[in-house]
Design a protein around this ligand. Structure first.
Ligand SMILES: Cc1cc2nc3c(=O)[nH]c(=O)nc-3n(C[C@H](O)[C@H](O)[C@H](O)COP(=O)(O)OP(=O)(O)OC[C@H]3O[C@@H](n4cnc5c(N)ncnc54)[C@H](O)[C@@H]3O)c2cc1C
Length: 312
């Protein structure tokens, strides 16, 4: 058993802290933001390895996470953990690239009546859909039950952090602690609507400039989106919101007239490759776990398990 400090309390930091505590380590989780204010909270929450590299590891970590989310969905009510398995359609505008389906059981071609107006091809899949508004607070509670100690603090350098082991899980800001200059934001904007009764999801995302997705989570539906690399803007743009709503309502007419209940922008932490590696600094072990792009939720459990392996 070692004392390990995890810097970061988004989906990556919390899942890592939980897995380390469950593996018997003494864990501190330090973060400067409330979980409600993280990029992780903005995520649409579909298990889908979007805008992330490398693909072989995304498949491996993604499948480990798929198993974990499937178990949570089978054992805990949606109201408790916010996780359910949901069926939906991925619309194809180009030749489909189905690399992400490796190892995923429930995948088939869409029938014409399952596709939105104007589209001709798609893939239907049953995948974990995670309501981050419920899931992240549940993760925090699980961490606390497993013995993780929390601190609210801005960490300026790793020398400020105690422990034989340190995990850097600061998303887009991880470079300030590691010196990594290759992280870039990919701006995502979403609108939350009152759910008119949808249960199935839809993603039409072959062209990131006109990314469209509809992800129902109980009483709300997350409508998106954008994926603008290099854009640091964090304020929701009204024109972008109007365009998102028009695309989502065209794809899912049942959304017409639904009330807007919230809006948000998040900056996906994009790296050339997910930064999951072990280093030694001043005779201490530092494991990095950041740069998950548009797939932090999707890869969270697999990456957390990898951190545990690297620290052992
Ligand atoms: C619009 C949108 C939709 C998305 N949809 C999906 C989806 O459907 N499925 C999916 O898998 N992914 C999705 N993503 C991607 C996902 O949100 C990210 O990959 C994920 O949230 C990254 O998590 P993280 O924990 O690394 O970072 P964050 O959630 O940004 O957390 C970073 C943490 O580090 C802390 N921190 C940072 N610097 C410091 C410091 N110096 N000192 C102390 N604490 C610090 C912060 O307080 C915070 O707790 C989406 C993203 C966006 C923007």
């Amino acid at each position: 058993m070692a004392r390990v400090s995890v810097v970061g309390g988004g989906v990556i930091g919390l899942t890592t802290a939980l897995e380390l505590a469950r593996a018997g380590h003494e864990v501190w989780c330090v973060r400067d933001l409330a979980v409600e204010d993280t990029v992780s909270r903005v995520a649409g929450g579909l298990w889908f390895p979007y805008h992330v590299e490398p693909r072989d590891l995304a498949v491996r970590w993604g499948l480990e996470s798929l198993t974990a989310f499937t178990r949570i969905a089978a054992t805990l009510p949606f109201e408790t953990a916010g996780v359910r398995l949901a069926t939906g359609v991925l619309v194809h505008r180009m030749e489909p690239d189905l690399w992400w389906t490796e190892g995923v059981d429930d995948v088939r071609s869409a029938r014409p009546d399952e596709l939105p107006p104007g589209s001709t091809r798609g893939t239907v899949a049953t995948l974990p859909l995670i309501d981050t508004g419920r899931y992240l607070p549940w993760l925090e509670r699980e961490c606390a039950s497993a013995g993780v100690e929390f601190a609210h603090d801005l960490v300026d350098g790793l020398d400020q952090v105690a422990g034989e082991g340190i995990v850097v899980a600061c998303g887009l800001r991880s470079g300030t602690l590691t010196g990594d200059t290759e992280l870039t934001p990919a701006r995502g904007q979403v609108v939350r609507l009152a759910n008119p009764g949808l249960t199935d999801w839809l993603v039409d995302g072959d062209d990131p400039d006109v990314l469209t997705y509809v992800l129902p989570h109980g009483d709300t539906v997350v409508c998106g989106g954008t994926d603008l690399e290099g854009d640091w803007g964090t304020v929701p743009d009204p024109d972008t919101e109007r365009a998102i709503l028009a695309r989502c309502m065209a794809a899912v007419p049942a959304l017409r007239g639904a009330t807007v209940v919230g809006r948000a922008v998040g900056l996906r932490p994009v790296a050339p490759k997910v930064r999951l590696a072990r280093h030694t600094r001043d005779r201490r072990t530092v494991v990095t776990n950041y740069g998950h792009g548009g797939a932090g939720v999707t890869l969270s459990w697999g990456c957390a398990a990898e951190v545990v392996r690297l620290l052992e």
